[in-house]
Design a protein around this ligand. Sequence first.
Ligand code: ADP
Length: 301
Amino acid sequence: MLEIRDLVKVYPGPVAALQGIRLTIAPGMFGLLGPNGAGKSTLMRVLAGLLEATSGSVQLDGEDILAHPERVRARLGYLPQDFGFYPALTGEQMLHYLLTLKGVEAPGGLKKLCGELLDRVNLADAAKRKVKTYSGGMRQRLGIAQALAGNPRLVIVDEPTAGLDPEERHRFYRLLAEIAAERIVILSTHIVEDVAVLCSRFAIVRKGRIVANTTPTAARADLAGKVFEGAADGAALEQLTRTHCVLQAVLWEGKNRVRVYDADGRAPEGFEPAAPTLEDAYLLRMRAPQSESAAHLEAAQ
Ligand code: ADP
């Protein structure tokens, strides 16, 4: 169990990037969803022991991570957002190098461990190829291989699917789902689909605060009967924003389709009820004034 209590991080500036994060995370895949600048990477880096928090506490299975980062580091795997590779090395050489840097101890030798890890992430056939020939998805799988060294209790992956094509993304999802079967995996992302596909539980972070902590099913169920879809352009759309919460207006086959939320279930004229999606739930949390989101969270807990 990972317990994060009242975590605050203020960068010089000052920039209050984390403003009292409180989360309890059980084994399995946990999504941390939020827009750019919300504080996700800051939180991931604090959890990984790479950045000092201003205040607050984090315990992994009862052990204080912030007080003893060196003790916990061995039980922790981290795939940062900007994972650097040496393109001229082969996958196997790169992994060997990363494990050496990490100080991983392998009873049967590092070479054997590299082979096992490459096999685990389905890269055994590409072990002797140079990293520069790898696709984005293969590089990310190599990143997961190094994160899995030492069989960590906690694995943190920061925005891992950005830039992957749909097929690579789905392959990567499968790998993450497999590794989450036996440990805590925290997936930080701004992509709603990542959470919908993978996470049994997730939190939404906005401006350094948690504004939702729920399951995809509950988040959708909360909106049942309150989401409507219809066509609106120009002045009609402008008018709609005054009477309803407009979740999004997107072009669909060349026409403007608008999704709105109404807490009382009142459909705007000409609009039809729509099945709520996780994206609706996310956009609603982004549209609501921050204080309202926080009140909603308190009511839900
Ligand atoms: P996210 O990962 O959700 O995009 P970040 O954690 O990177 O968000 O950033 C959260 C906030 O902290 C942003 O306002 C960002 O500009 C600010 N920030 C991030 N790193 C630094 C830094 N080293 N110094 C000052 N401000 C920072």
